[in-house]
Design a protein around this ligand. Structure first.
Ligand SMILES: Cc1ncc(C[n+]2csc(CCOP(=O)(O)OP(=O)(O)O)c2C)c(N)n1
Ligand SMILES: [Mg+2]
Length: 428
């Protein structure tokens, strides 16, 4: 019996060692990919579509009772920078509240788009850029616009189509940029189109001798567009310094993320482009900043693009006209507890980087600034009718675009004598 057992053992050892070898060689030929994940919690719930007669509604399944995680300590931000980001987030939130009120008073032309719940993503990402770098925001990234140097009065005047607004009353909402001072490409409504445009900016600066970081955003819905693939693939192939934030706010209009794509994390899509990716909690300003900073540094070293998936929740409807009744209430409750501003405020207070009195002073300062800007915007004139046709067509000099960073780098390669010498621009 013992012998039999031994024999059996011997055989089974051989089998298992062969099995191990097979497994080892299988593993050796298997390709694995790593996705950094900075989150301190990984929400596990799904949305299910339920049909009740002619009505469709969504139900949320999963644990919604998990405690709110702490803010992750930043590897890079100091006290002063954290307070600055907190102030931008507050300004972002309170400016949008002011816009909502202006809309309700009938002073806004068109709709208003909100980034409620996404302030950490907008502000801490843009904060990682240097002044001479470039940003291409989406309509919800009004916080990014503030960080890049637009004032609340610019944004309010824009929404009210005032003569002094960035587009001089020609467009309401936030379709404006500034290629002279702020290095901001205007949001493009056709989703995904900002990506090749920003890749083009990075290519342009490289031709002028500089590797810089250029940052743009795409939503969980917008990232499925063909142009997203084309733009990001181009940036990857050309090693362009594009930092792409995929803002997974769980909704594209009224379609939940679970019904938009099959991958677990949108960061996985980076694997197919051959570029690195990171997942962050988009309601944690420190995580957003750290991932953005690391991606910007890669860009500056000429190492190419990075995809950052920021997970969070769109806390309002698509725009002011949308009451978001299709969103299950428990989902709002879950994310309300993860409010990016309240969490960052608590973090700063508990770290004693901000005293309650300093916090009150900071909040009062934001309120004062907004009141002054709102009054200025409300009292500023609408464009005069005779200005309507101005600025529509090119006027002499209005589109003169000078290289910002230096004359394009051109390398002349020696050619046989009889062949006309041509300048060869090297892209890589
Ligand atoms: C190419 C393209 N298709 C469709 C639309 C219409 N559209 C505007 S916003 C939107 C939903 C976008 O959802 P998401 O990308 O998740 O961004 P979010 O609104 O959540 O910030 C759609 C479908 C568009 N603007 N562009
Ligand atoms: Mg979305």
């Amino acid at each position: 019996m013992a012998r039999k057992n031994n024999h059996h053992k011997k055989n089974s050892t051989r089998r298992s060692s062969n099995g191990r070898r097979d497994l080892q060689s299988a593993l050796a030929s298997q390709r694995t990919y790593a996705i950094l994940d900075y989150r301190l919690e990984k929400p596990q719930f799904t949305l299910r579509q339920v049909r009740a007669g002619d009505e469709i509604r969504y139900e949320v399944e999963g644990d919604l009772t998990a405690p709110v995680p702490p803010i992750r300590e930043s590897k890079y931000l100091d006290k002063k920078q954290c307070i600055e980001i907190y102030r931008w987030m507050l300004l972002n939130r309170k400016m949008e509240t002011a816009l909502e009120n202006l809309y309700k008073q009938g002073k806004v032309v068109g709709g208003v788009y909100f980034g409620l719940g996404q302030e950490a993503c907008s502000c801490a990402s843009a904060y990682a850029l240097k002044p001479d770098e470039w940003l291409g925001p989406l309509i919800r990234n009004q916080g990014s616009l503030l960080v890049r140097g637009f004032s609340p009065r610019d944004i309010m005047m824009q929404y009210m189509a005032k003569a002094g607004s960035p587009t001089k009353g020609r467009d309401a909402s936030s379709h404006f940029g500034d290629i002279q001072q702020h290095n901001v490409v205007a949001p493009i409504s056709t989703l995904g189109d900002l990506i090749p445009v920003l890749a083009g900016v990075a290519l342009g600066t490289r031709l002028q001798g500089r590797n810089i970081a250029v940052m743009t955003y795409i939503g969980d819905g917008g990232q499925s567009t063909g142009v997203t693939y084309e733009g990001l693939n181009f940036a990857a192939v050309q090693n362009l310094g594009l930092v792409l934030f995929v803002e997974n706010n769980l909704w594209g209009y009224s379609t939940p993320a679970d019904m938009q794509f099959r991958v677990k994390d949108l960061a996985e899509r980076a694997i197919a482009y051959g570029i690195p990716s990171v997942i962050v909690d988009g309601t944690d300003a420190c995580q957003v900043y750290d991932a953005a900073h690391e991606a910007c540094e890669r860009a500056r070293r000429g190492e190419g693009p990075t995809l950052i998936e920021a997970k969070m929740m769109r806390m309002k409807g698509h725009a002011i006209h949308d009451a978001a009744e299709y969103v299950p209430k428990p989902l709002f409750e879950y994310w309300r507890k993860r409010d990016p501003i309240a969490r960052f405020e608590n973090y700063l207070l508990s770290k004693k980087w901000l005293s309650p009195a300093e916090n009150r002073e900071l909040i009062a300062g934001v309120d004062q600034q907004l009141e002054a800007d709102r009054d200025f915007a409300v009292n500023s004139p609408l464009p005069s009718p005779d200005s309507a046709a101005g600025g529509t067509y090119c006027e002499p000099g209005c589109h003169e675009i000078k290289p910002k960073y230096g004359m394009p780098k051109v390398r002349r390669t020696p050619r046989p004598k009889l062949v006309r010498e041509e300048a060869e621009v090297h892209l890589k």
